[in-house]
Design a protein around this ligand. Structure first.
Ligand SMILES: Nc1ncnc2c1ncn2[C@@H]1O[C@H](COP(=O)(O)OP(=O)(O)OP(=O)(O)O)[C@@H](O)[C@H]1O
Length: 138
């Protein structure tokens, strides 16, 4: 069964949105097969966002993602990678439709509440980066 990596970012955790966001994911029918609250180290942040290393927003992005705890999880379900991205809405909350997580809970691109893997290769890479095999329960 298809799996993806999802993460409630520090702004979402700080604002007490964890429960609401997880509720939506469970209501949709996705199964949570791994879940933890954690702080992202500087090294992990740099690796996770490696593709953006040369971008002007890289440093603030790493500072933001390490600024407080996140809730990391692995979701399982049919088509879960693309479905989660649909539920999240556009990267820039200004473009995200009402009814999406970013459309309903976020206003700016630098604090956009949730991350979800973009494709199958990213999902595999990110799941391995954040979770050890013994952390999966199903
Ligand atoms: N132009 C930008 N200015 C500031 N921050 C940006 C910009 N573009 C992207 N980001 C930040 O970098 C993150 C990763 O960008 P990416 O293009 O991979 O978007 P995404 O895949 O929708 O988001 P995420 O990887 O967080 O799920 C975004 O979520 C956003 O917080």
């Amino acid at each position: 069964m298809e799996r993806t990596f999802a993460m409630i970012k520090p702004d979402g955790v700080r604002r007490g949105l964890t429960g609401k966001i997880i509720q939506r994911l469970e209501d949709k029918g996705f199964k949570i097969v791994a879940l933890k609250k954690m702080r992202i180290s500087f090294d992990l942040a740099e690796e996770h966002y490696g593709e953006h290393k040369e971008k002007p927003f890289f440093k603030p992005l790493v500072e933001f993602i390490t600024s407080g705890p996140v809730v990391a999880m692995v979701l399982e379900g049919p088509g879960v990678i693309a479905e989660l991205r649909k539920m999240m809405g556009a990267t820039n909350p200004a473009d995200a439709l009402p009814g999406t997580i970013r459309g309903d809970f976020a206003t700016t691109i630098d604090e956009n509440v949730i991350h979800g893997s973009a494709n199958e290769a990213d999902a595999e890479r990110e799941i391995a980066l954040f979770f050890r095999p013994e952390e999966f329960v199903s």
